[in-house]
Design a protein around this ligand. Structure first.
Ligand code: GLU
Ligand code: MG
Length: 467
């Protein structure tokens, strides 16, 4: 379990002693530096690093960093809101000692996600990790609910020697093929070893559909830990690739055409240790709460895409009939519905039933994405929103009248459309708080302006190596 407590200047009781012991142990293991990691509003992972000997000081007083990164774009230019984007001010980054991992793919380094607080010791309203922690804590207090989540990671493996900016797949084997697995055998096994050494429990690693594409799925954790894990897994995938002379792209669309990289989110709600998605009287064993939770996510999906598909390149991926789930539809094990109900196999329903949300990619800040998905689900659950009729097959094949009758809507086809939906969605904006909601809008508008006039191939190229 991730601690739900905020960092405190001077450290919480025991933090400094613990960090001191940890830094001694890390030094003995040959760890010289610690990567302090967070994800900005645009979805780019940003870091500072400290020598291992400074861990106790970081646990007590944090490490300085400008708040300006909250309004950075993926191309490193800066936009502004009323509150954020100014060159003034400083924040303190506090490593979460519970989530510190020694990086097997980067010998000599450890890694820890950070919470950001102000110099005065207040929560920083732009910190997405803090916002997710708050939403999880409130769900526990007000509704007695906890959650389990996991983010699937898809990525394309390219030749390191390719011309600057180009992507040339490192394997040409067919989708899901043994050829692909064999050609990148050494990379794959080093990746599995590195993830195991970092206590990431991998469910499976497989060659995917698109050129050079692979996918890893990992075990579910509480939402903050799941978001941390998604960042750590990507850091590891990239680092191990570099040791093999390979490059990786997590971009939603490596090319303008064809299947992209998804970051599907699996999510389940639990009360008193009981999974709400199984053992109920609803469809496929869902309880009434689980049906309404799914309905809440479906209702908010058009606005959610501004958070779960935050890049102009996200809309190159979000096309019908590519398993990216671009319609507000749900179904059991339906790979074209935006929300797929996963029951698990007989004998495992109570442990493994969950829902999968597909229109999510890896440009999404995973803390923001999970915060908004949980807020949307809770909105449905507390309002008792009815779950519409199930859809089977590809919703793209429904004729318009049928689609309308079933409440099946195409999700936004561009980032500006998604932002317009997000602006109208007061529930999501208030879940994030006004400072972060404004940052989401400003950053998305900045990204849209940055690609004005570019054709699809150029948009794909602009974001190919950013995430
Ligand atoms: N690559 C697909 C996507 O963009 C997902 C394929 C799958 O279902 O694993 O979401
Ligand atoms: Mg996949």
């Amino acid at each position: 379990m991730t601690t739900l407590a905020d960092p405190v200047p001077g450290g919480r009781p025991g933090d400094v002693e613990r960090a001191t012991a940890l830094s001694d142990e890390l030094s003995d293991r040959g760890v010289h530096g610690i990567v302090l990691s967070y994800v900005d509003t645009a979805g780019v992972g940003r870091v500072k690093t400290i020598p291992t000997a400074k861990l106790a000081s970081a646990a007590a007083w944090g490490v300085g960093m400008s708040p300006v990164f909250d309004t950075f774009l993926a191309n490193d230019s800066i936009v502004a809101t009323d509150v954020l984007g100014s060159p003034d001010g400083d924040l303190r980054l506090y490593p979460d000692l519970d989530r510190l991992a020694v990086l097997a793919g980067q010998p000599g380094w450890a890694w820890a996600p950070v919470d950001r607080i102000t110099q005065e010791g207040e929560r920083h309203p732009g910190c997405s990790r803090t916002v997710l922690r708050r939403i999880v804590a409130e769900a526990a207090e007000r509704h007695g609910l906890t959650f389990k989540a996991a983010v699937e990671i898809e990525w394309a493996v390219g030749q390191g020697a390719a011309a600057d900016g180009e992507f040339v797949p490192a394997t040409t084997g067919p989708a899901y093929s043994a050829t692909r697995q064999v050609e990148l055998s050494a990379y794959g096994v080093d990746l599995l070893a590195a993830l195991a050494a970092q206590d990431v429990d991998v469910e499976q690693l497989h060659p995917e559909y698109a050129a050079g594409q692979f996918e890893v799925s990992v075990g579910a954790l509480d939402p903050v830990a799941a978001a941390d894990r998604s960042v750590l897994v990507r850091q590891t995938i990239r680092a191990v690739a570099a040791r093999h002379g390979l490059v990786v792209s997590f971009a939603p669309a490596v090319f303008a055409q064809g299947v992209g990289n998804g970051g599907h989110v699996h999510l389940s709600a639990w009360r008193d240790g009981v999974n709400l998605h199984s053992g109920g009287d609803g469809r496929h064993g869902m309880t009434a709460g689980a049906e309404s939770f799914a309905a809440g996510i479906l209702d908010h999906l058009p606005a959610l895409t501004a958070v779960t598909a935050p890049s102009p390149a996200s809309y190159l991926r979000l096309k019908p009939s590519q398993w990216a789930g671009v319609f507000t539809a749900w179904g059991r094990e339906t790979r074209e519905a935006a929300v797929r109900i996963v029951t698990g196999t007989a004998g495992l329903h109570d442990r493994s039933a969950n829902l999968e949300v597909k229109p999510v990619d890896l440009a999404a800040n995973p803390y923001l994405a999970l915060a908004c998905l949980i807020a949307a689900g809770l909105d449905g659950l507390t309002s008792g929103t009815p779950l519409p009729e199930e859809i089977t097959g590809d919703p793209a094949r429904l004729d318009p009248a049928d689609a309308a009758a079933h409440g099946v809507r195409r999700l936004p086809t561009s980032l500006p459309e998604a932002v317009a939906e997000f602006r109208k969605d007061e529930r999501l904006r208030s879940a994030l708080g006004p400072v972060l909601a404004d940052a989401v809008i400003a950053v998305r508008q900045g990204e849209s302006a940055a690609v004005e006039g570019l054709d699809d191939e150029r948009v794909a190229a602009a974001y190919r190596w950013k995430y």
